[in-house]
Every structure is written in structure tokens, then in C-alpha cells.
Design a protein around this ligand. Structure first.
Ligand code: HEC
Length: 136
């Protein structure tokens, strides 16, 4: 009898978890790319930048900086053209993080372990992607 009660409790617990998983609201957006990014032949520095970007930024900003719906914006976007977001703003973003202001994805935390030279290479990568996509 006790065994049966134990099993019933367990079954109720499992059922509760399943219901919770199924009814939990999904975060807005589904992680799909937000921009159609044309990828050009990259310079040596931009190729290094791509490796660094893939390691430290792409989890949020997506492959080829195309953004991810619900996670983080595309950096290949007119908002991030050099005259609006200078190279310095990229260095500051990585060092200090970014308070959400252009989008509603929340704040970007500072990114640890990415040095100045790394950011310079990442910027080269982003700028080459931007130029290939008509953002100058
Ligand atoms: C944890 C997720 C996350 C990671 C990792 C991340 N970012 Fe971001 N980033 C964001 C979000 C979200 C925003 C948009 C903030 C807003 O609303 O303007 C953003 C904004 C930016 C901006 C715009 C800054 C500004 O002044 O508006 C730059 C540049 C940037 N990210 C570069 C990078 C680079 C380079 C890396 C990797 C070294 C990186 N991000 C890693 C989430 C992330």
C-alpha cells in the first residue's frame, strides 16, 4: 500500500513537471537569424576576427552577426554603421557591457577574456560584413 502511494506521488510529480514544461511561456522570438547576411571573402584580420567572434559573440549575435530573434541584435544592421557605432563603441561594449537601449533583448554583459587586439580583429570582421551588405 505504501509503495503504491509512493508511486502515485512520483507519477503526480512527473506529470506536474511535464505540464510545466509544456505550458511554460517560451521567450519571445525563436532564435532565427534577423538579417540576410552576404558573406564576402574576408581579409586575414577579419578571418581571425571571425574565429574570435564565433567563440565569444555568436552565441548571442548569431552566425555572421545576423542576430537571433529574441536573443541579440544583428550587428550587420544600419544601426551599427560606423558613423553611428564607432569602433570605440565596440571596445566599450565588450569591456563594460551594454545597457539595453536599441532593442528589447535585455542588457549585454561584459565579455571576459577578449582583449583589445581581439576586439580590433572582431571589428574588422564586422565592418567587412557590413560593407558587403551595403552598410558603409
Ligand atoms: C549574452 C549575449 C551577448 C553576448 C555574448 C554579446 N552580446 Fe553584444 N549585445 C547583446 C545585446 C542584447 C545587445 C543590444 C543592446 C541594446 O538593446 O542596444 C548587444 C549590443 C552590442 C553592441 C552595440 C553597442 C552599443 O553601443 O549599442 C555591440 C558593438 C556588441 N553588442 C558587440 C558584441 C561583441 C563584439 C561581442 C563578443 C565579444 C558581443 N557583443 C557579445 C548581447 C550580447
Amino acid at each position: 500500500m505504501m509503495r503504491l502511494a509512493g508511486l502515485a506521488v512520483l507519477a503526480a510529480f512527473v506529470a506536474a513537471i511535464v505540464v510545466w514544461r509544456l505550458t511554460r511561456p517560451t521567450p519571445e522570438g525563436d532564435g532565427t537569424a534577423m538579417a540576410d547576411v552576404v558573406v564576402p571573402d574576408l581579409s586575414a584580420q577579419a578571418t581571425l576576427g571571425k574565429t574570435l567572434f564565433d567563440a565569444s559573440c555568436a552565441d548571442c549575435h548569431g552566425a555572421n552577426a545576423a542576430g537571433q530573434d529574441g536573443v541579440a541584435p544583428p550587428l550587420v544592421h544600419i544601426i551599427y554603421e560606423p558613423s553611428h557605432h564607432s569602433d570605440a563603441s565596440f571596445h566599450l561594449a565588450v569591456q563594460n557591457g551594454v545597457r539595453a537601449h536599441h532593442w528589447s533583448f535585455g542588457d549585454m554583459p561584459p565579455v571576459e577574456g577578449v582583449g583589445e587586439a581581439d576586439v580590433t580583429a572582431i571589428i574588422a570582421h564586422i565592418r567587412e560584413l557590413q560593407r558587403a551588405n551595403g552598410i558603409k
